[in-house]
Design a protein around this ligand. Structure first.
Ligand SMILES: C[S@@+](CC[C@H](N)C(=O)[O-])C[C@H]1O[C@@H](n2cnc3c(N)ncnc32)[C@H](O)[C@@H]1O
Length: 246
């Protein structure tokens, strides 16, 4: 064997070490703006747990009590993220059925893991875009909706993507029962102001508005992952409830 072979092996190994170190550094720093880290194993894990992750939600529209095997109030969280809130709520309110909707499988898989660890039986997860909401739920099927730390989409040209844009409110109106409630929490003042206006222009009644939730006397708040992160940095949390008069 000549020296060029050893030279090639040496260069290849050195290159791999440098590449690995760079990848580790990027992962340790954390990606900017919480970009979703791809987990290639997530799809398989979600499929393995079809007792929690419902793969054909349209099929159960109007029949969710059958999926839970009991009649109980139905609460839906949109943009569930990694599931801390929904699992915390499920433990606190065992007599309520909860459904979490999250579009990224690499994120919702963490919610699945939390459900499994906590052994909660009153949570189901849907890995889908909330734009299909009226296909997953029947008219007047849902009691409450939670919107926690939604992406604010601050640019005007992205307004239609905000989860409190009127086209989303029309979907919530359809699936919510009479006097159904939308619960909103956010750290983003601009998004909060936009949402208050959007709710009231749509004819919803606003109540329990807080401009600093953690300084308020509201009892029983269950924190989300984002809420913990933002409040640890000293940021205010805004909250309100919007109710349909029916
Ligand atoms: C900023 S994170 C907040 C996560 C969690 N609610 C929390 O407070 O920790 C927003 C989440 O909503 C999800 N999301 C945004 N738009 C969505 C949509 N149209 N349908 C389903 N999930 C959505 C995103 O993938 C992301 O995981």
């Amino acid at each position: 064997m000549d020296n060029s072979f050893f030279f090639f092996i040496y260069n290849f190994a050195a290159g791999s070490i440098i590449r690995c170190n760079v990848i580790n550094w990027v992962q340790q720093r954390g990606p900017p703006n919480e970009r979703v880290r791809h987990k290639p194993w997530a799809k398989g894990k979600l499929k393995q747990h079809s007792e929690i992750v419902i793969s054909s939600p349209k099929y159960y529209s109007g029949e969710w009590h059958d999926v839970f095997n009991r009649e109980a109030p139905l609460h839906v969280e949109i943009g569930t993220g990694k599931g801390q809130f929904i699992v915390g709520m499920a433990k606190r309110y065992p007599d309520t059925n909860f459904i979490g909707i999250e579009m990224h499988e690499s994120v919702i898989v963490s919610a699945l893991e939390k459900c499994l660890d906590a052994k909660v039986r009153n949570v189901k997860l849907i890995n889908a875009d909330a734009r299909g909401l009226t296909e997953y739920f029947a008219e007047n099927e849902v009691d409450e909706i939670y919107l926690n730390f939604c992406d604010p989409w601050p640019k005007h040209r992205h307004e239609k993507r905000r989860l409190t844009y009127p086209s989303f409110l029309a979907q919530y109106e359809y699936i919510l029962k009479r006097h159904g409630v939308i619960n909103l929490k956010t750290d983003n003042q601009g998004f909060f102001e936009y949402s208050l206006e959007s709710f009231s222009q749509y004819g919803l009644t606003l109540r329990n508005i807080s401009l600093d939730l953690h300084a308020s006397d509201m009892a029983g708040n269950v924190m989300t992952e984002y809420e913990e992160k933002f409040s640890a940095k000293g940021q205010r949390i805004y909250r309100c409830e919007a109710v349909w008069n029916g």
